[in-house]
Design a protein around this ligand. Structure first.
Ligand SMILES: *Cc1c(COP(=O)(O)O)cnc(C)c1O
Length: 368
């Protein structure tokens, strides 16, 4: 007989007796405020998935010898709930996050889970903490699912116990400003045969020192270059896009392909499909090298460059430091104060309008 999978109909809700005071919107900074409740679902190889529980937000109890604490058996997701102007709450393409969590967890031998039932539990959690979903355009409720191996066992087999849990954080609008990148070819975030295409905690710790080193030099984020040809992969923890007139004289929006190096961003996929629907210029997923980017800048063929991810949606790039030289990237030549280039801004507005349900779209998934 098959062991039980996640079953949202078995969900229990234990409400907090000490609700948090309403938060002050003005002081929200990303990922520091959490809501009243969290969702926890336990797994053991013996008994399968237990009944999901929504309970007061608080510390986990975990064995010091747990897999996650020794061998980084951890994967996570990042998604958001948005309140539309009529008060309803929507998720944005949440099935993409469920699929990605499944793919990431398979890579570290965490157990399979029912994606639809798990999503149903996340919707329930969002409803329980509904009062924390901000009601202003640009604000949202960030949803962070974590999946960890909890078996206390130092033997490097795989974790026969696991915990899938979700907590929520109201977030303010990403303060729009352009970013300066420092191209790094000395260290790598991801490499062929590696795990850059999975959202594993183990990918992030080794990037912290390189990231802080560029901040100390006055830059915002790393532009990760890979290999001897300096393949332009991602920026910080965002996918990277270039809008240029390419070497063949065509207008082109280009981003790195899903070649195992690149994290398959939901924002990336959505922006590609919006730009393809417009049909106004070439849209490509292909490898571009830093020398090609430099050539385009020197030939005045670079139009805009931006990073893309759930946290900021899009973020225009104004400068790249590469091999001892600063290269200015145009943002909006018609407006020296612009924080978004014209194409970047158009993509941003179209995506936000879908996320806040101003534009009807199958990508908008109601929580109700
Ligand atoms: C999460 C993440 C992204 C963006 O993915 P979205 O689904 O668009 O939020 C891009 N790159 C890395 C390395 C990431 O971890």
């Amino acid at each position: 007989m098959a062991l039980p999978n996640i079953d949202a109909s078995k969900l229990t809700v234990t409400r907090t007796t000490t609700p948090k005071p309403a938060y002050d919107k003005k002081t929200l900074s990303f990922g520091k405020n959490f809501t009243d409740h969290m969702l926890c679902i336990k797994y053991t190889e013996e008994n399968g998935w237990e009944a999901p529980e929504i309970k007061p937000y608080g510390p986990l109890q975990i064995d010091p010898a747990a897999f996650v604490l020794n061998y980084s058996v951890e994967t996570f997701e990042g998604m958001k709930a948005y309140r539309a102007s009529d008060g309803t709450i929507n998720l944005f393409r949440p099935e993409k996050n469920m699929q990605r969590l499944a793919t990431s967890s398979q890579r570290i031998k965490l157990p399979e889970f029912d994606q639809e039932q798990f999503l149903q539990c996340i919707k329930e959690l969002t409803k329980v903490d509904e009062r924390f979903v901000p009601d202003e355009y640009g604000y949202s409720l960030y949803i962070r699912p974590n999946f960890i191996g909890t078996e206390p066992n130092l033997n490097l087999m795989y974790s026969k116990e696991a915990l899938l849990y979700v907590y929520l954080s109201p977030v303010g609008p990403y303060f729009p400003r352009t970013v300066k990148l420092y191209a790094n070819s000395q260290q790598a975030r991801a490499w062929p045969g590696g795990v850059g295409n999975f959202k594993l905690g183990g990918n992030y710790a080794p990037a912290l020192k390189p990231a802080m080193d560029v901040v100390a030099k006055g830059y915002d984020q790393i532009l990760w270059l890979l290999g001897d040809d300096h393949y332009v992969t991602e920026v910080g923890t965002m996918n990277f896009f270039i809008f240029w007139t390419n070497a063949d004289g065509e207008k082109e929006l280009v981003t790195a392909p899903l070649d195992g190096i690149i994290l398959p961003g939901v924002t990336r996929d959505s922006l590609l499909s919006l730009a393809r629907q417009w049909g106004e210029f070439k849209v490509s997923e292909r490898r571009v090298t830093m020398p090609e980017v430099v050539q385009a800048i020197e030939d005045d063929r670079m139009i805009e460059a931006f990073g893309a991810g759930t946290a900021c949606v899009v973020c225009s790039v104004s400068e790249i430091f590469y091999e001892d030289k600063k290269f200015a990237i145009p943002v909006d030549p018609s407006n020296p104060d612009a924080v978004f280039g014209p194409l970047t801004n158009r993509l941003r507005n179209e995506l936000l309008d879908i996320q806040y349900a101003k534009t009807p779209s199958p990508w908008t998934v109601p929580v109700q």
